[in-house]
Design a protein. Structure first.
Length: 95
């Protein structure tokens, strides 16, 4: 476990386990965040992951997840974040 100052979380919902691994890899390479939770549902067809860290790092991880849509497909990922000094809440989803 990495000792990070945690004041924000990022939540990622990805269709299919292999896509989730790809997205998490991109997120972890892009920023200094810690993987807090990762759960497979429906036999790996839906994966929910939570990363945590400083607000700027979580924002970078979420941006990396958004960029990973070009790899795993636009409809296979939903991302969001919460945290920061102002208690910011956001979501990055295109309907």
């Amino acid at each position: 476990m990495i000792n990070l100052k945690i004041n924000a979380i990022g939540v990622v919902e990805v269709s299919f386990y292999t896509n989730a691994v790809t997205v998490l890899d991109e997120m972890m390479k892009a920023s200094n965040v810690e993987l807090v939770s990762c759960h497979k549902k429906l036999g790996g067809r839906m994966v929910h992951s939570i990363v945590a860290g400083e607000t700027s790092s979580v924002n970078a991880a979420i941006e990396a997840a958004n960029n990973a849509k070009s790899i795993v497909g636009e409809n296979n990922i939903k991302v969001g974040w919460r945290g920061g000094d102002r208690g910011g809440v956001g979501t990055h989803r295109r309907d």
